[in-house]
Write a protein that binds this ligand. Structure first.
Ligand code: IPM
Ligand code: MN
Length: 361
């Protein structure tokens, strides 16, 4: 099997963490016996500052032709907030119709969580966030802009097709052998009665018709963040809209140990998929070899899983658990090792996994 992978290292610490992710990919491929081609793209702040270009339409077609895209980070202090996020990240999500944002939330053994009395057995769920609609659809407008009577309208777009395809992905995910067959819809049916009426009907109709074996549950969005703190063990797979998903996954990242470890995938199950660490470009740590690459390595793990390399994905996860046990902290500059040393440690564990596995980790 040969995979065609696009690499977008991006800004700040992006290139440093991408390098470690690719190191791990190399080790996984050698052991699993698959091959891949890498094509690097320089989209990001430097190119924007040089040329004014974010993600041109021609690049979209090219990126869409790859099996997967591995992204480092986007963002630079010299670029006004919003330009790169919208011009690169959101443009890729929309133009490539990456309609699922997948965010696994798993507390690995030895990782600190701010939740008292909760451990790895309690924090292990996955959020399936709709990634192309809702408040992110950017419809609305101003009336009387700049006057005291100014009105700004920002609409939430919810299509039956958009909600349903995301809900189906979530039901399929909850059906995986490594999940527990429970799907929670996270919404706001008591107030946002148009959007969540549509979602509610789609959720139940799809569940009744095609997933009778999956247990269905519902939580309002304001309640779910409370439960994340108090009873995270209740959750297996969660499906929600774009804005709610954006918000709840930041809280979720914190309970799994923070941005040093949190990863995400932007997936079109019928097309390409883009994997990225959740943390930003962390400009103040750039070029120092001190940033934690585990979030990027985790997103590589998700990429392997998505490509169908399930064994390789499990090896990488085991290697991450091993690395965590050797690190002083997950925070940049406090790991007790450098960025490249963490990458080396994970890659070596992946490469030698057969031996290490016997000893357990
Ligand atoms: C995320 C980020 C993005 C979002 C930003 C950078 C546009 O916060 O991936 O969650 O809001 O979706
Ligand atoms: Mn976010």
């Amino acid at each position: 099997m040969n995979y065609d992978i696009a690499v977008m290292p991006g800004d700040g610490t992006g290139p440093e963490v991408v390098r470690e992710g690719l190191k791990v990919l190399q080790a996984a491929a050698a052991r699993a016996g698959f091959s891949y081609d890498l094509t690097e793209y320089d989209f990001g702040a430097d190119r924007y500052l040089r040329t004014g270009e974010t993600l041109p339409d021609s690049a979209i077609d090219e990126l869409g032709g790859h099996d997967c895209i591995f992204l480092g980070a986007i963002g630079h202090p010299d670029v006004k907030p919003g330009i790169l996020e919208q011009g690169i990240l959101l443009k890729a999500r929309f133009a490539l119709d990456l309609y699922v944002n997948l965010r696994p939330v798993k507390l690995f053994p030895g990782v600190d969580t701010p939740l008292k009395d909760k451990g790895p057995a309690d924090i292990d769920f996955v959020v399936v966030r709709e990634n192309t609609e809702g408040l992110y659809a950017s419809t609305g407008g101003f009336l009387k802009k700049g006057t005291p009577d100014e009105i700004a309208v920002q609409e939430s777009v919810n299509t039956r097709k958009g909600a349903e395809r995301c809900i189906r992905f979530a039901f399929d995910y909850a059906s995986r052998p490594d999940r527990h067959g429970k799907l929670t819809l996270c919404g706001k049916t008591n107030v946002l009665t148009y959007a969540w009426d549509l979602w509610w009907r789609a959720f139940n109709e799809v569940g009744d018709a095609d997933y009778p074996g999956i247990t269905r549950d519902y939580s309002h969005v304001d309640a779910i963040v409370m439960w994340f703190v108090k009873n995270p063990e209740w959750f297996d797979v969660i499906v929600t809209d774009n804005m709610f998903g954006d918000i709840i996954t930041d809280l979720a990242a914190m309970i799994q140990g923070g941005l040093g470890i949190a990863a995400g995938g932007n997936i079109n199950p019928e097309g390409t998929a883009m994997f990225e660490p959740m943390g930003g470009s962390a400009p103040k740590y750039a070029g120092q070899n001190v940033i934690n690459p585990l979030a990027a390595i985790s997103s590589m793990q998700m990429m392997l899983d998505h490509m169908g390399q399930k064994d390789a994905a499990r090896w990488v996860e085991a290697a991450i658990v091993h690395a965590v046990s050797k690190m002083d902290s997950l925070a940049a500059g406090k790991m007790g090792m450098s960025t490249s040393e963490v990458g080396d440690l994970v890659a070596r564990h992946v490469a030698e996994g057969a031996v290490v596995e016997e000893g357990g980790w």
